[in-house]
Design a protein around this ligand. Sequence first.
Ligand SMILES: Cc1cc2nc3c(=O)[nH]c(=O)nc-3n(C[C@H](O)[C@H](O)[C@H](O)COP(=O)(O)O)c2cc1C
Length: 379
Amino acid sequence: MRTMTCIEDLRQSARRKVPRMFFDYAESGSYAQETLRANRADLERIKLRQRILLDVAGRSTQTTLLGDKVALPLALAPIGLCGMQHGDGEILACRAAQQAGIPFCLSTMSIGSIEDVEQAVGKPFWFQLYVMKDRGFVRALIERAKAAKCSALVLTVDLQVLGQRHSDIRNGLTVPPEVRIKNIIDIATKPAWALGILRGRRRTFGNLAGHVRGMDNVNSLSQWIAGQFDPALSWKDVEWIAGLWGGKLILKGILDVEDARIAAKTGAAALVVSNHGGRQLDGAPSSIAALAPIVEAVGSAIEVLFDGGVRSGQDILRALALGARACLSGRAYIYGLGAGGQAGVARAIEIMKNELDVSMALTGVTRIADINRSVIAAM
Ligand SMILES: Cc1cc2nc3c(=O)[nH]c(=O)nc-3n(C[C@H](O)[C@H](O)[C@H](O)COP(=O)(O)O)c2cc1C
């Protein structure tokens, strides 16, 4: 992993190792991918202010997130089908995050279940909830997350309907992979991936299998999921969930100041400024463009987290400069997972941490708390 110098190296390696269908699934955005591209382009447009001859010895990237100490202002974002990028992907990523001293968030749509991950790792992790029409199932999921002592519930609020990703349709994305000649040939050229998946504990949606009545095979499960995202979801449901959960709640997927103001009144501990990595409303602004106005409106009332396009420590610095408390990493760590399992995720985190540390030094700050707009160059 030492020769992996940046997230792009990990991405290239993952591209070679992970079957096309799952690599494309991670890589893509919805529709014309305008918002996906804007996430990166708008981050790159923010230039950092080079400062010199300030004493920057004794730096630290440590900070707190939801009151807990973290080694750097970063958490691993919930990623559906994470365990299809690498066998036991959720467990490996969670271990890497915990060893690096940052939170890991397990998706509702994970391969490894809440219980699988709980049994395999040493410390509590976050759980991400999608609210399904089947509220009994939602209640049960919350109970399972509580029983596993998950330390925060991340309620995703930007997926009442599903944005379309063209490549998933073209590739026939299913779990496990659809038996098409094209897919068989592709998987045959990725034997290490296939072996990892075969050795892994599961090959289907771990949180759903066996818990959804009458849904034992994968195809019926996939159909059930597609029909279960709830367009009628509303702020009333957020209240219901907050009541059931009773612990730290994070609302993920807020891009609008008006929504942020409502979110800040729910009693949630944090919100995540996010457009789902450019996978939902195509044509929406980049996450980084939405960040500063939201921080200005609600930053004193609620912790504001950020995701969308983070591929380096410099990006973390940019988001913190605009007021984010911390960032979530999606694809950056997924590339690490595909490239090298747990070691790859550990490397992705290490790369971003080192980049953050050096960029802090070169912009003249030594503590996370001192990062503000003064590290951004006037344009
Ligand atoms: C492959 C993939 C799967 C995702 N699955 C979920 C999910 O199950 N739940 C969720 O809340 N967000 C999901 N997201 C969104 C991420 O949590 C996060 O918001 C996004 O990846 C951040 O953008 P980035 O990938 O550019 O870092 C997914 C993103 C990707 C790329």
